[in-house]
Design a protein around this ligand. Structure first.
Ligand SMILES: Nc1ncnc2c1ncn2[C@@H]1O[C@H](COP(=O)(O)OP(=O)(O)OP(=O)(O)O)[C@@H](O)[C@H]1O
Ligand SMILES: [Mg+2]
Length: 287
């Protein structure tokens, strides 16, 4: 018999239901306690969007802010950090891969106040690193990161296994897109695979967050619109939108600095594109 004093069960209030669903939601992997500096990788999918220039300028901006920075040329097949900076390094990543040097020994100091581990363009040996050697390099990078505040990795274009492995290894992935539709779809592909790789690595790899950088924007508002387009696609198909790390305006002083093989922050420190990268650097430092 039913209890005549029992209060009839009422459906839970909508907010209560919502919080129950929230509680049942799969939880993100717990953040890996980071030892040493923050590893930030720069990717894009589409080539030629400005990754290498941005990686160099970000490293320089962080160093000017007083951080200890290592810039690692992770474009293993077509390295060109050294070319954009006009360096002829006597040592580079190939010495590390062959087992002769530690990453710290292979690093060269730039006058801008940051260290560089250069790659070697056209080196078949580096572009075809096997999984075991790549794991060894990444371990060495994590070890080197103990002596720095930031390790910036300039990745190659595309989505090959090495790029994906380095992207998910980083604590933060900055995906560079421009206003061109092909760059946007390629950036989306990178974000999608990165989300899948993060999922596959749950438990062993921390929440390697991704954020978006819009480069070569016609204006700040134009860049923000481009970000909004990409963010909408991410929300619709991936279930969440990466944050905007910053908009960098198109600026003729960028190709000028590259042609002169000089960092833009040394040659044109007040150029809009240089200031925009400093804003991105300040955002990272303030995290
Ligand atoms: N903010 C900007 N304003 C104007 N030009 C830019 C800007 N950023 C990059 N560029 C131009 O884009 C070109 C490509 O830059 P960069 O080599 O850094 O691209 P990348 O993404 O590293 O290319 P790859 O995929 O081949 O490695 C540069 O030569 C430069 O002239
Ligand atoms: Mg490049």
């Amino acid at each position: 018999m039913s209890d005549p004093h029992a209060v009839p069960a009422r459906p839970p209030a909508p907010q209560l239901l919502e919080s129950r669903f929230l509680a049942l939601r799969p939880q993100p992997a717990p953040a890996r306690p980071r030892v040493g500096g923050r590893v930030v990788a720069i990717a894009s999918g589409k080539g030629g969007v400005g990754k290498t220039w941005f990686a160099i300028t970000l490293a320089h901006a962080l160093a000017r802010g007083g951080a200890r920075v290592l810039l690692f040329d992770g474009d293993l097949g077509l390295a060109n950090v050294d070319i954009q900076l006009g360096l002829m390094p006597e040592r580079d990543l190939s010495s590390v891969v062959s087992g002769g040097m530690t990453l710290e020994e292979a690093a060269v100091r730039h006058a801008g106040g940051f260290d560089i581990v250069a790659g070697r363009s056209g080196s078949g040996a580096l572009s075809a690193l096997d999984g075991v050697t790549l794991a060894r390099v990444l371990l060495a990078l994590r070890k080197a990161a103990e002596r720095y505040d930031y390790v910036i990795i300039d990745l190659g274009a595309g989505l090959d296994a090495t790029v994906r492995r380095m992207a998910v290894f980083a604590d933060l992935l900055l995906v560079v897109a421009t206003e061109e539709p092909t760059s946007l779809t390629d950036a989306y592909a990178v974000l999608k695979l990165h989300a899948a790789d993060r999922g596959a690595d749950r438990g062993s790899i921390a929440a390697s967050e991704a954020r978006i950088v819009v480069n070569q924007a016609g204006s700040r508002t134009g860049g923000e619109r481009t970000y909004a387009t990409l963010a909408r696609a991410c929300t619709a198909f991936l279930g969440h939108a990466p944050r905007l790390a910053g908009v960098i305006r198109r600026d003729e002083r960028v190709p000028d600095a590259i042609r002169r093989q000089t960092p833009i922050l040394a040659r044109h420190p007040t150029a809009p594109a240089a200031e925009d990268v400093e804003t991105v650097a300040a955002g990272l430092a303030g995290d």
